[in-house]
Ligand binder design. Structure first.
Ligand SMILES: [Zn+2]
Length: 409
């Protein structure tokens, strides 16, 4: 009661004291970059060291294949990639897709808005320069991580040496015989319609069964690894691309992302090469960075699979490469092969496949091919994108060594 009276007196007596103004509420801002100064710019240049580190790692990798094979490909890489792959395999969609598309959208937004603000005089030179150098620094970090997480595998001992395959000039008759063996086996596997999935137009079609196929490829790698120690690393399960049509426009059938250890497959392409592509990208994941080596590993994996669809796809991938080489050296022999050893089903599948890819021929695919070509050349693939065709040499040497292309069949 007394307290109430006192406080009433206080309130009623004397002049009212002016109260302090309330602190200003922070303005809600969706996206504001703080203004960078030259100090920020110079601090950020230290990150360019990663670019230098990346280049040093690249130089180191091209120098010593024996060292890389032992220490990296068979030592550090399998558990490292296994750990990353285990984390990303929690999700059944490609984490890399989310990261790449988000990075492109956010990156372009920041770059364009910084550019516009700079030219409208709303930001100063050091700010714009700091934004630009941040992009170069991020590129440097990614470049260095690329080698640490996977890229060293480009410099490991070539598969031909590890499998003791003798790469040498071979006659066109030998090439023809290899093609015949592949075509006859493909025809035999394709004829088993109780195991091969075809649609009502007699075209090979895995529509809707991709995940089961990708799971099986992983299981097949586990089995193959028990037979051949070189392939003993268990791969991450391949995943279907988020926007496969975008990949088709770029002429990409599959891609391996080392940062997330994810083999990603374009499932918009015809089914014919989907299992072979998944096996190829998984071969990258088990440590075979070189394109021709990854193709050869994919062929060994697919052709030894007890799943007819995977087997057929792998054989057709090898046949397409070898038949193309045959066509270049003797088109009459190729015509004979096509007429006498390709079944109608195989012809349907190939025609459907090439027709699909033909629709994307154009400038975008040309640019994408050039980028890929430069990337492969930079990483030591001597003939860039044309090295895809060199699987023919490996298959010829393999067949010569074991008298069959189907040793693990
Ligand atoms: Zn590849």
């Amino acid at each position: 009661m007394a307290n109430a009276q006192n406080s009433a007196k206080k309130r009623s007596g004397g002049a009212p004291r002016p109260s302090a103004p309330p602190p200003a509420a922070p303005r809600p801002r969706l996206f504001v970059l703080r203004e960078f100064g030259w100090r920020d710019f110079f601090q950020r240049t230290t990150w360019l060291l990663f670019l230098f580190v990346g280049y040093l790692l690249y130089l180191l990798s091209v120098k010593s294949s024996g060292f890389i094979e032992k220490i990296f490909s068979k030592g550090i890489y399998p558990p490292l990639s296994g750990l990353v792959g285990t984390l990303t395999s929690i999700f059944n969609f490609p984490i890399a897709g989310i990261l790449i598309y988000s990075a492109i959208i956010i990156g372009l937004f920041i770059l364009i808005s910084s550019f516009v603000k700079f030219f409208m005089g709303q930001t100063r030179v050091p700010h714009f320069a700091t934004v630009l150098i941040t992009y170069v620094a991020i590129g440097g970090v990614l470049f260095a991580c690329f080698y640490l997480l996977w890229g060293f595998n480009y410099s490991r001992i070539p598969l031909s040496n590890s499998l003791e395959l003798k790469i040498e000039d071979r006659s066109k008759e030998e090439l023809y015989n290899l093609c015949v063996e592949l075509a006859d086996k493909a025809s035999e596997v394709r004829a088993n319609t109780s195991k091969i999935v075809i649609d009502d137009k007699n075209i090979f079609s895995l529509e809707g069964n991709y995940q089961a196929c990708f799971d099986k490829i992983r299981t097949d790698y586990q089995k193959l690894g028990k037979q051949i120690d070189l392939f003993s690393k268990i791969p991450s399960t391949p995943k279907a691309a988020l926007f496969p049509r975008v990949l088709s426009r770029l002429g990409i059938s599959g891609i391996y992302i080392p940062y997330t250890a994810e083999p990603i497959v374009n499932t918009n392409q015809p089914s014919l090469m989907i299992p072979a592509t998944a096996a190829h990208e998984a071969a990258h994941n088990i440590g075979f960075a070189n394109e021709e080596d990854a193709n050869m590993v994919a062929f060994i994996l697919c052709s030894s699979s007890d799943d007819a669809n995977i087997k057929y796809s792998g054989i057709m991938m090898a046949l397409a490469e070898c038949a193309s080489s045959l066509n270049k050296v003797d088109s009459a022999l190729y015509t004979k092969l096509y007429n006498e050893h390709y079944s109608q089903g195989m012809k349907n599948d190939l025609s459907h496949y090439y027709k699909y890819w033909d629709q994307f021929n154009g400038k975008i695919q040309e640019i994408s091919d050039n980028v890929n070509d430069s990337y492969l050349k930079f990483n030591g693939e001597p003939t860039g994108i044309s090295s895809y065709g060199r699987i023919t040499d490996l298959l010829l040497a393999y067949r010569n060594k074991y008298s069959t292309a189907f040793r693990w069949n």
